[in-house]
Design a protein around this ligand. Structure first.
Ligand code: SAH
Length: 490
């Protein structure tokens, strides 16, 4: 079982820094004993331009069987032989994930005292697993890794090259490439997804696996389009554990929330109210500006991305021009409240056919968001950490590609006009940033340029001569219906 991790570099940022990040010296070959055998770490190539670290696990079949006793799924008499005669020593699998976490535990946590700034920054990465058991085939491999920012090559490995008519084995040769991930993120993806693809017997499933999964999945598992499959396979389809994990990922709650429960949540959740909302209902003005811009665009099928508690969805449903309104949010609580507010369960059939709410994260590409006339992101971008913004940009403008995109966000210059807002404070506790007009324009212009849109700016609320309006809106219009591929090539 074998995988390699490569990076490239320059004289100023040498690729050999990989050694610091992995806490393994490029000039040494090292050996570690793990629960299932011996792990070797060595560097087939290490210079400033290119550095490759290899992790090789020699499985000890006896240790494997001993440790697995009574814990695995097997137990049937014919499983006894399978315990000794199987592909485990040759294929990368869940055991490699165990070795990975044992040998690279600091790297997995992103800890690197020698090069902290490099550990925190994305780097060019290429990971290769020559033989990966992949139940679900290349399509699933892509479905798992692509939303996380990997370019994926997954080639089926032939059962026997001499007899192509035998078809493909259940292995793929996997190559992952990315420039947008940190090493720690990459290792955490592998730690979770290798066993998920293997989907074979795991020897270590216990209730603290749920914690391990949630820890390793932090920042990328919630809202992953395949979250449910990942969770259930990782936990070896132990439904009670899966449920426990899903509950903690707050998914099951949405499915099962009844009115009284949602009411309790409703009371507990603070609404996004802004300091000025009583005298001038800015939120109302914002929705009016959005509806007007949607009318001008002629949109009929509209996405409300980061729909929160559904106020805009509610507004749009009143207007027959909008034939389909889809609310998407990462927060299950917000969606549960939206669903209750909209009285989704008591809606007439015709009305219900026009509206849908689902959970999703804008940090991931999602095919469910393709093919709409317009998407609205009302007061959403400022809720993402700045480093996640390129992912949102790509998911919306690069992948979903609605013809019109409306983005609103606070204008931080206006904050001095809020009497109740202490100087230097943002308007809402969860705002990760607030932009000046210039910062917003620069961002929007870059996005438009990169993805083939025109952009115009619309003030929302009183346009102060000095500091501008309280809310700024960018209205993007796709230049031509270029496909994603053409846009990328351009
Ligand atoms: N659009 C609504 C709500 C704005 S509050 C309005 O204008 O009133 C911001 C919303 O964005 C919250 O509901 C939050 O859950 C959601 N959000 C934050 N990050 C998100 C992400 N990565 N993907 C999807 N929704 C997200």
């Amino acid at each position: 079982m074998f995988l390699t991790i490569s990076t490239s570099g320059t004289a100023a940022l040498p690729a050999t820094d990989l050694g610091f990040l992995l806490h393994k010296h490029p000039e040494k070959a090292q050996t570690f004993s793990t629960s299932y055998g011996t792990a070797h770490v060595f560097y087939p190539h290490a210079d400033a331009e290119r550095c490759t670290a290899a992790l090789l696990l020699e499985v000890d079949p006896v240790a494997l069987v001993r440790r697995g006793k009574g814990k695995g799924r097997g137990g049937a008499p014919d499983a006894a032989l399978a315990q000794y005669v199987n592909d485990r020593p040759y294929a990368a699998s869940s055991l490699l994930a165990v070795a990975l976490s044992a040998v690279f535990s600091s790297a997995l946590r992103g800890v690197c005292n020698a090069r902290p700034e490099r550990a925190a920054a994305p780097l060019p990465l290429r990971i290769e697993v020559p033989a990966l058991p992949a139940r679900g085939g290349p399509d699933l491999v892509r479905g798992l890794f692509e939303p996380l920012g990997w370019a994926v090559t997954a080639e089926p490995v032939a059962l026997d090259t001499e007899f192509p008519e035998w078809g493909a084995s259940r292995y793929v040769r996997l190559v992952l490439e990315s420039e947008v991930l940190t090493l720690a993120e990459a290792l955490r993806h592998l730690y979770v997804l290798l066993p998920v693809l293997d989907d074979a017997k795991h020897y270590w499933v216990s209730s603290d696996e749920v914690d391990k999964l949630l820890r390793a999945g932090e920042g990328w598992l919630p809202g992953h389009p395949e979250q449910k499959l990942i969770t259930s396979r990782y936990l070896s389809r132990r439904w009670s554990l899966t449920r426990q994990a899903m509950e903690r990922l707050e998914l099951v709650r949405l499915a099962e929330a009844d009115d009284s429960e949602v009411e309790a949540i409703d009371n507990a959740v603070e609404e996004e109210t802004e300091a000025e909302e009583k005298p001038t209902p800015l939120a109302v003005q914002r929705r009016e500006a959005i509806v007007a811009a949607l009318h001008a665009s002629g949109a009929a099928r509209v996405l409300d991305l980061g729909c929160g508690q559904g106020q805009l969805v509610h507004e749009l449903l009143k207007d027959e021009r909008f034939t389909e309104v889809v609310g998407v949010d990462v927060s299950v609580r917000a969606l549960a409240i939206a669903s209750r507010r909209l009285k989704l369960d008591r809606m007439g059939e015709r009305q219900a056919a026009r509206v849908r709410l689902f959970q999703g994260s804008l940090a991931y590409t999602d095919n469910r968001l393709k093919g709409y006339d317009a998407a609205v992101l009302s007061e959403v971008v400022e809720h993402l950490d700045l480093p996640r913004l390129p992912a949102l940009e790509y998911a919306v403008f690069g992948h979903a590609r609605p013809k019109t995109v409306l983005v609103t966000t606070p204008n931080v210059e206006y904050n001095v006009r809020w009497e109740t807002l202490p100087a230097g404070h943002v308007r809402h506790g969860d705002h990760r940033f607030e932009w000046t007009r210039e910062e917003f324009c620069t961002w929007a212009a870059t996005v438009a340029e990169r993805h083939g849109y025109n952009v115009e700016f619309v003030p929302v609320g009183p346009d102060d001569p000095e500091v501008g309006p309280p809310t700024q809106m960018a209205a993007f219009t796709m230049k031509s219906e270029k496909t994603e591929k053409e846009a990328k090539a351009a």
